[in-house]
Design a protein around this ligand. Structure first.
Ligand SMILES: Nc1ncnc2c1ncn2[C@@H]1O[C@H](COP(=O)(O)OP(=O)(O)O)[C@@H](O)[C@H]1O
Ligand SMILES: CC(=O)N[C@@H](CCC(=O)OP(=O)(O)O)C(=O)O
Length: 292
């Protein structure tokens, strides 16, 4: 009997959040590392279906870095990163597009639909969803000056076609976006999935931006989880190199999304089953919350 009451209490904990979030938009970035096994893929799909059932407009942006690495390796193509962004020549771009659009996107859509979703896979080229331009990556040289370097077909999002996303939502569909953008000449761009998620969240005025990754959240110098961090503190941690590599685009795009009107941004552990539900519907939440 006691455990049944406990179960009911657990369900009741979600009630204020269900009330608050019905009708709101959540952009969820599903990182390549969080797709590592079947159990996690199922649990993620079920969490998203649950959100949709509760009237939350979920928009998924997926990554696929590890999956791209695997295919590049098979083709014998060497790849390097500059501050979390993959240097992308035209050969690499073809592989990126093939893996993200042809493989990962369809797999994510497949899982969601298997569990009763109405997921529709898109990349930035579909309906000109992500109009993009070449990104020049900023690096600080040894003498402290900031330089912009060309890292190939890596893009930034200039404009998000929110009409397309809204039209899908109105039909009850669930947009699943691969981070490949389109330029003015129809050229493809490889865009970091965190950047796409941040830009999409800002364009939709989302209630929440949630990034799923392969760590408990943002860690400090002693590798301890930081539960809450402001944008200003976060820049300090990049400067003192507590935050490096792939975590840089993640925290930077959270900060930009918050400045552009997104209410809350979270970086959570995608390796934990039901991490999305735990973040949204429990009082404690998980991971790191980034505040303005
Ligand atoms: N301060 C930090 N806290 C947590 N992770 C960090 C930090 N600095 C660097 N990282 C690295 O960032 C990685 C997450 O970025 P990335 O590999 O691009 O993930 P994803 O594929 O989920 O986008 C972590 O696995 C970790 O190695
Ligand atoms: C420019 C750039 O770095 N693009 C990424 C796109 C995929 C991605 O972001 O995947 P994760 O979220 O799984 O890391 C890449 O080529 O790996």
């Amino acid at each position: 009997m006691k455990h049944l009451i406990e179960k009911a209490n657990n369900l009741m904990e979600a009630l204020p959040y269900i009330r608050r979030f019905a009708g709101k938009t959540f952009v969820i970035k599903y990182g390549g590392h969080a797709m590592s096994d079947e159990r996690l893929k199922e649990s993620f799909a079920l969490d998203v279906i649950m959100l949709k059932s509760l009237g939350i407009n979920a928009v998924i942006v997926h990554g696929g870095g590890p999956q791209i690495n695997e295919t590049l390796k098979r083709y014998g193509i060497v790849s390097e990163f500059v501050r979390g962004m993959r240097v992308t020549d035209s050969e690499t771009m073809s592989v990126v597009e093939m893996v993200l659009v042809g493989q990962v996107n369809k797999e994510v859509v497949g899982y969601l639909n298997l569990h009763g979703g109405k997921a529709v896979g898109l990349c930035g080229k579909d309906g000109s969803l992500l109009l993009s331009r070449k990104l020049l990556q900023e690096v600080t040289s040894e003498n402290g000056t900031v330089e912009q370097i060309d890292i190939g077909y890596v893009g930034d999002v200039v404009k998000v076609n929110t009409d397309l996303i809204k039209a899908l939502e109105q039909g009850g569909y669930l947009p699943v976006i691969a981070p490949v953008g389109v330029g003015l000449e129809g050229e493809s761009y490889n865009i970091n999935a965190d950047v796409v998620a941040g830009r999409v969240a800002a364009a939709l005025n989302a209630e929440k931006l949630i990034l799923l990754t392969d760590t408990p959240g943002v860690l400090d110098k002693d590798k301890k989880l930081i539960q809450k961090i402001s944008v200003a503190q976060m820049h300090g941690l990049i400067e003192d190199e507590s935050i490096t590599g792939g975590m840089i685009p993640k925290v930077v795009c959270c900060g930009e999304a918050l400045n552009d009107g997104v209410k809350k941004a979270h970086i959570i552990d995608g390796r934990m089953e039901h991490s999305v539900l735990l973040e949204i519907f429990t009082d404690v939440g998980i991971g790191t919350e980034i505040t303005k």
